[in-house]
Write a protein that binds this ligand. Structure first.
Ligand code: DON
Length: 582
């Protein structure tokens, strides 16, 4: 008996020794990997050559590794985009759309519109009942909420023109992350648990939803494996565009839509195409701003705000002083009123771009501003706008070793889009149709109102607020910036640009400091909770402003090029956002 016990103990010791040895080996190889790793990562990172900042550490690493092996910013963009579709399903996507700004070292800037389109069978009153009343939630959740996705076409189109590494290789990290899984963050675990019921409610088979755990709750560090998504990525690796817009993926997508009265057909998929667009460009305090034009409102609105700001010494007035916030509010009030009335997809609606950015028009708007008193929003313009957003779009910024810069904002609209996973294909569909104005005078989920300019028409793109932006100074790249946040996207980018150019902040401070938002209607200044001192709020109230504190605004992922050419990457502390560079 004793002998047996001793033998067992000896076995156990042997087992422990072997385990320790194996662990040591794993540790050493981990260190070796760390040794090989030539980039730094964190919330703030300084790099000599290249930088990636995105909403998830895994996606950032995928991007920086592409840059390390000599890929350019567009190669990294493709790898990051597909990786985000796997590791950040709330907003990273194959089933959504977005906008890309790209600056080459010679200073040429192009922009690509891969925004979703209304399906061919869409029509202006499609979300109204027989009495003309809006059917609650129809444009928001379920298959009818989706536009025809543009992300895959956009990524592949940009890659075909500018990429240097084969597509298959760039998609491999995303494939592996989906096939073998990755460890989710604490924020993600909470989120997936919170959305469990919603996902089950909106999907046909509750055992087939990647983000729903069959037993128990998600916890930080749990492995999320997405085999169907991996198979979809594989089809794109093999067949390119046709791996998504035709064949099995498209068939699965259309079947999913039809199962719930959705109207996206195979023809919609086959016809979808992203489009190169002229960037919106203008000057601000000696810097040149490049941002996205229609169907995004971002570029025009940002440029209007900056052009108005140039009439005032914003830097001297100081960061978050009552004077500065008052002026910003008054400008925003006017810009958002214009947005509601005049902006829509320029392929379908004549956007008066020149007039909106005209110096004299801007000066006339500035003249209306009383430096000491709030204007009543009702007096600014007849059309109403009222906007509350969730925070589930995502932005990433990339600079490569040769100075190419990419700024991409992409979305499936609200958190987890339409909440519908394409069964068998493993990805979420957008609920971007809600960005259209479903009926004049009736607000969408964010409280947005609109009119003809943004009414639904077949193949039209819904108006966006996404504002991927690139700033250049003295002919050199200065800043790459953007954020999620719905209507607050525009004012967040505006504030970060001003924080750097007027308030002389570094990028980390520019990104992390408090944000304040106004959008004409509802007539409130929305500061992030605790962003403004009580004395500042009091002073603003005295001028006639109403203030409503809210949760965090945006998640800015940005890169600043210092005077010495050094890159500062800043991932927003409000999220899991992460920078890496070398
Ligand atoms: O394109 C737009 O403006 C919206 N679909 C963006 C939505 C968004 O940013 C939601 N999360 N923050």
């Amino acid at each position: 008996m004793k002998l047996i016990v001793r033998q067992q103990m000896a076995d156990k010791r042997f087992f422990l020794k072997i385990t320790a040895l194996l662990m040591a080996l794993v540790y050493v190889s981990g260190c070796a990997n760390l040794g090989q790793k030539e980039y730094l990562e964190g919330k703030t990172v300084f790099g000599e050559k290249a930088m990636v900042v995105s909403a998830h550490p895994e996606a950032t690493r995928v991007g920086v590794e592409v840059l390390e092996k000599g890929g350019n910013a567009v190669d990294a963009m493709v790898a990051v985009h597909f990786a985000l579709a796997v590791v950040y399903p709330a907003a990273g996507n194959l089933g959504g759309g977005g906008f890309m700004m790209y600056r080459q070292p010679n200073g040429e800037v192009v922009s690509l519109d891969f925004r979703e389109k209304a399906p061919l069978a869409a029509y202006e009153e499609m979300y109204q009942d027989e009495n003309g009343d809006i059917i609650d939630g129809l444009s928001l959740a379920g298959p009818m909420a989706s536009g025809v996705p543009g992300s895959v076409d956009g990524m592949l189109k940009a890659h075909a023109r500018y990429g240097t590494i084969p597509l298959k290789e760039l998609l491999q990290p995303a494939y592996t992350l989906a096939r073998s899984g990755f460890a989710i963050t604490a924020k993600q675990a909470n989120n997936y648990n919170r959305y469990r019921k919603t996902f089950i409610e909106h999907n046909r088979d509750s055992t087939d939803i990647p983000l729903v755990k069959l037993e128990g709750e998600w916890a930080e560090g749990d492995l999320l494996i997405q085999k169907d998504l991996a198979a979809t990525i594989k089809r794109i690796q093999k067949a390119g565009r046709d791996g998504f817009y035709k064949g099995k993926t498209a068939e699965l997508l259309v079947a999913e839509m039809k199962a719930g009265n959705g109207i996206i057909e195979l023809e919609d998929m086959a016809k979808y195409t992203s489009k190169w667009r002229e960037p919106i460009t203008g000057q601000y305090r000696g810097a040149t701003i490049y941002s996205m034009g229609p169907p995004s409102s971002g570029g025009i609105a940002l440029m209007q705000l900056l052009k108005m700001s140039e009439h005032f010494p914003m830097g001297d007035l100081g960061f978050h002083t009552p004077e500065t916030i008052h002026l910003m509010t008054e400008m925003e009030r006017r810009v958002y009123a214009d947005r509601a009335k005049h902006l829509g997809d320029a392929d379908f609606w004549e956007v008066p771009q020149k007039a909106l950015l005209d110096d004299q028009y801007i000066a006339s708007r500035v003249k209306q501003i009383n430096p000491n008193k709030a204007t009543d929003s009702e007096e600014v313009l007849a059309m109403q706008l009222n906007h509350q957003e969730s925070e589930e779009t995502t932005h990433y910024s990339i600079v490569d070793a040769n100075g190419h810069a990419v700024s991409v904002t992409t979305t499936i609209n609200s958190g987890y889009g339409s909440k519908v996973f394409v069964s068998g294909a493993g990805f979420l569909m957008n609920n971007e149709m809600d960005d259209f104005s479903s009926k004049p005078g009736v607000p969408n989920v964010y409280g947005l109102l609109g009119g003809k300019a943004n009414a639904i028409q077949p193949e039209k793109r819904m108006l966006s607020a996404m504002t991927p932006t690139i700033v250049e100074k003295d002919g050199k790249l200065k800043m790459v910036v953007g954020t999620p946040g719905g209507s607050t996207i525009i004012t967040s980018v505006y504030q970060v640009v001003m924080n750097v150019l007027d308030h002389e902040m570094n990028m980390t401070d520019a990104v992390s400091s408090g944000r304040v938002h106004h959008q004409w209607k509802p007539n409130f200044i929305f500061p992030e909770r605790d962003a403004l001192d009580p004395a500042i709020k009091k002073a603003l109230e005295k001028m006639g402003h109403q203030i409503k504190e809210r949760g965090s605004i945006g998640r800015v992922d940005a890169i600043l090029v210092g005077p010495d050419g050094k890159l500062e990457g800043a991932g927003d502390p409000r999220g899991d956002d992460w920078a890496a560079g070398f």
